[in-house]
Design a protein around this ligand. Structure first.
Ligand SMILES: C[S@@+](CC[C@H](N)C(=O)[O-])C[C@H]1O[C@@H](n2cnc3c(N)ncnc32)[C@H](O)[C@@H]1O
Length: 242
């Protein structure tokens, strides 16, 4: 997208169409993935040692997945489960997921991130990385999935339309009774991000998350971090009526 166009839409705070937003997300994440991918994925370090970067993914997976086996596995053997990850970046967490679950599919909007993630999961025959269009999961093969997960992704997506589209898509792909565990931005500011910003995503109140669950056919069973950057959500796909 042209620099002048970007500047003008920021000054006027003109809302962007979903197509314009997606074009910006792709362009900005491609640039970040080329300039300093590990830093833009996990900003704690500007110059990551790759081994430490992937160790941070294992730590994240221990904190949010292994500690929550009851909701995620529901008594199933993890090796029998098919898992979906949205916004995998360089495969920081995907690699750890592939060591735990039977089959892992992950999507990302950026071709360069997808290349890095494929390298990262290279030794794992059970991990599949797909570049997607930035708003749906049509590239993902063969539902159903037994668990879906996303961390540090929706917090960068400003378009509610795009986030809703992803949550509906996860609902389409998940097995009834299964969980979509994901994080959104929970810090709500008065002014909000400038139109077209691809760093500060849509900030959710608790009421907006509950509405999102209703809109997309999920039961929002638990929430933590309301009002904080790590606003975690447990959306369960209801069991099919008996
Ligand atoms: C901060 S990184 C997090 C990566 C990974 N979840 C992790 O925790 O290591 C955000 C990732 O989301 C991807 N992303 C951003 N917007 C997206 C969109 N609309 N659709 C798919 N991926 C997107 C970016 O390309 C980037 O790889």
């Amino acid at each position: 997208m042209k620099f002048r166009q970007r500047l003008l839409s920021r000054i006027w705070r003109r809302p962007l169409s979903p197509e314009e937003q997606i074009a910006r997300m792709r362009e900005d994440w491609e640039r970040r993935a080329t300039e300093n991918p590990l830093h833009f994925i996990a900003t704690a370090n500007e110059h990551w040692d790759p081994a430490e970067f992937y160790a941070s993914g294992e730590q994240t997976v221990r904190a949010y997945i292994l500690s929550d086996r009851e909701n995620i596995c529901q008594g199933r053997d993890p090796k029998s489960m098919r898992v979906l990850e949205l916004g995998c970046g360089a495969g920081r967490e995907t690699r750890a997921l592939a060591g735990i679950f039977g089959e892992v599919h992950a999507v990302d909007i950026s071709a360069e991130m997808v290349r890095l993630a494929r390298d990262a999961v290279g030794p794992f025959q059970n991990a599949f990385i797909h570049q997607n269009n930035g708003m749906d999961l049509s590239v993902v093969p063969d539902p159903p999935f037994d668990f879906a997960y996303s961390y540090l992704v929706f917090q960068h997506i400003q378009s509610l339309h795009v986030i809703r589209s992803y949550i509906r898509e996860v609902h389409r792909l998940l097995r009834a009774g299964s969980l979509f565990k994901f994080q959104v931005q929970g810090i709500v500011t008065k002014r909000g991000a400038a139109p077209g910003d691809t760093w500060f995503g849509f900030p959710f109140t608790e009421e907006q998350i509950l509405q999102m669950a209703r809109d997309c056919g999920f039961e929002s069973r638990y929430r933590t971090g309301v009002g904080q950057q790590d606003f975690w959500n447990w959306f369960f796909k209801p069991e099919a009526p008996g």
